[in-house]
Design a protein around this ligand. Structure first.
Ligand code: F6R
Ligand code: ZN
Length: 179
């Protein structure tokens, strides 16, 4: 039997490298990196005056996404990392924007690498609850549930995520109605 490392006609890159200690993907093709600053997180924190009074270039969180197939492909998965910095806007901890998946029934896994966090979840009836995030905690985000992560500790909160490649993201619902 002849075993090929990767079929010659394969259209997708299927191996990338993680630094598991840091919970980060090494930079490579198909890994998209984004940074969210305080200036970009309008209407996310309760106290808008306090947010506006802070340095707008302050990094709140960084995201990496490895998309081995085109966005919207059914039946595949994306892999990502998020690092939320420690900090507060008034009495609220630094947190991610938060979203429902565009296809509401698409689920997700979050796994904590380092730090102390709160995974905040909200269903379609706007009922909200949270789960503690700690090194090694692995979270299943059910269908129809919006998700957001807050860093409630003193060091960067590092997590990995895996979600369906056809999930999509609906940020508007959170921006308009909040969590
Ligand atoms: C993907 C996912 C995470 C988040 C990331 C940043 O479905 O849930 O990769 O995208 O933690 O949070 P948002 O996207 O809310 O800015
Ligand atoms: Zn998600």
């Amino acid at each position: 039997m002849k075993i090929l490392e990767q079929p010659a006609n394969d259209e997708f890159e299927r191996i990338v490298r993680m630094d598991w200690q840091k919970g980060l993907l090494l930079p490579q093709a198909n890994v998209h990196e984004t940074v969210k600053t305080l200036g970009q997180l309008e209407k996310i924190f309760l106290n808008e005056d306090a947010r506006r009074a802070m340095e707008p270039d302050t990094v709140v969180y960084r995201v990496q996404a490895w998309c081995p197939v085109p966005d919207g492909t059914e039946g595949a998965q994306f892999w990502g990392t998020t690092v939320v910095e420690p900090g507060q806007v008034d009495s609220e901890y630094f947190m991610t924007h938060g979203h429902f998946h565009q296809k509401r029934n698409r689920t997700e896994y979050y796994g904590t690498i380092e730090g102390e966090g709160a995974l905040i979840l909200m269903d379609a009836t706007r009922s909200t609850w949270k789960e503690p995030m700690f090194p090694g905690s692995l979270h299943f985000i059910p269908p129809n549930v919006a998700h957001r992560v807050a860093n409630i500790g003193k060091v960067p909160l590092r997590l990995v995520a895996c979600w369906p490649s056809d999930a999509g993201h609906d940020y508007d619902a959170i921006r308009k109605l909040g969590f």
